[in-house]
Design a protein around this ligand. Structure first.
Ligand SMILES: NC(=O)c1ccc[n+]([C@@H]2O[C@H](COP(=O)([O-])OP(=O)(O)OC[C@H]3O[C@@H](n4cnc5c(N)ncnc54)[C@H](OP(=O)(O)O)[C@@H]3O)[C@@H](O)[C@H]2O)c1
Length: 271
């Protein structure tokens, strides 16, 4: 599995997203994904499925090879809350360490320096291997870069062909961090798009695979989610073809639609 490197840490370039997957189905999908070659599983406290994700990881028999990411909810970013949150996540996952811990969403009511200080502490105490952020804007990345005592290895952001994220991608890279694309197939919206379908046909691939290939070809980590075992393989089969410069440009042009999908009342002011 290819990876994207940040501060010497290698993040596998394809991971499995698990939002909305729960219970035994979730555990089975995670286990099967790892058997098929996935080495990166994305969960969050907010998804309520850490126990099932942990079950799947352990059942795969390959725990040591897999990067498990979880995230702290925005209302638990004060130092004491964050420490409790991390211990709860570990308890639910039933793993001895969290490979990558992210701030799920920024919270302007908690000073970032305090949250990042608490994250550095849980890392130094051995609960967590690596730290990162999610849904951070250019300004927040700048602030994090100034106050974090530990390297931050990624910014997980909404990223797919229908959204221009060039500013935040450039800022993430300026800070030496990997870009992780969530909703990388636009919640399934890649399928049926005329441009992606046309390119897909030319390569004997699906439109979802074109959306994912477009991202990995730019060294962006992707974490597509599926509830269907048969799609696990499809979403991993991205390395036996390449998009031409002209095809990359055609896909890039779709970003003019500014089709942001994930936007909540607590979202920061997007770039
Ligand atoms: N940090 C954050 O704030 C944040 C926000 C959103 C998401 N995430 C993470 O990112 C992961 C992925 O994002 P997402 O779940 O929003 O969306 P996504 O992965 O872009 O899309 C998932 C949807 O696409 C469908 N799908 C999957 N593979 C397909 C294929 N090959 N062809 C056609 N349709 C396909 C799935 O349906 P089926 O189940 O029927 O296959 C599902 O409805 C999440 O699961 C989560 O782990 C993080």
């Amino acid at each position: 599995m290819q990876s994207v490197e940040s501060h010497g840490y290698k993040l596998p370039i394809v991971g499995l997203g698990t939002w909305q997957l729960t219970g035994r189905d979730c555990a089975r999908l995670v286990e099967q994904a790892i058997r098929l070659g996935y080495r990166h599983i994305d969960t969050a406290q907010m998804y309520g499925n850490e126990a099932a994700v942990g079950d799947g990881v352990r059942a795969s028999g390959k725990r040591a090879e897999v990067v498990v990411t979880t995230k702290v909810q925005p209302e638990r970013l004060a130092p004491h809350d964050l420490e409790r949150s991390v211990k709860e996540s570990l308890h639910k996952l039933r793993l001895d360490v969290i490979d990558l811990l992210l701030i799920h969403w920024p919270n302007p009511r908690v000073p970032l320096s305090e949250t990042l200080g608490a994250m550095a502490k849980v890392k130094q105490e051995g609960y967590v291997r690596q730290l990162g952020v999610s849904n951070f804007t250019v300004a927040l990345l700048e602030e994090a870069g100034k106050v974090s005592s530990e390297p931050l290895v990624c910014n997980q952001i909404e990223c797919h062909p229908f959204l221009d994220q060039s500013k935040v991608i450039a800022a993430t890279r300026k800070h030496g961090m990997a870009v992780v694309a969530y909703s990388p197939i636009a919640r399934g919206g890649a399928a049926g798009d005329a441009v992606l379908e046309k390119i897909a046909k030319a390569h004997g691939k699906s439109a979802a695979q074109i959306s994912l290939r477009y991202l990995v070809q730019q060294d962006i980590v992707v974490i597509p989610r599926t509830s269907k075992i048969e799609r696990l393989e499809e979403n991993l089969a991205l390395f036996d073809f390449a998009l031409s410069e002209a095809e990359m440009a055609e896909v890039r042009a779709l970003s003019q639609r500014q089709g942001r999908i994930v936007d909540w009342s607590w979202s920061p002011k997007w770039d």
